[in-house]
Write a protein that binds this ligand. Sequence first.
Ligand code: FES
Length: 105
Amino acid sequence: MIEIALCPAAALQEGGLAHRFKVLYNGEHAVAFVLRVNGAVHAYLNRCSHVPVELDWNYGEFLDDSGSMIVCATHGASYNATNGHCIGGPCDGKPLIGLHVFRAQ
Ligand code: FES
């Protein structure tokens, strides 16, 4: 396992902008993001499960007005922000790809 520092924990505001970062996923360069929802930090590959495009509406903006759903900017698939499960739209039951993150001591 490789550990990398992403950002200060305080930079992630509840329901606010996500912090985007780069990862290697299956040997390919990809973009991922981390955000704070319901007091916890969650990270996902920035890739819709409908069509493999980035999800954000604007740079780092992933959440709907409730702050609890990630909504794809392309066709509107919606995902539970706390577990990445598809909850509506063309994601057709396929979840986001979650990444393991933790708070450094
Ligand atoms: S590409 Fe995300 S809903 Fe179609």
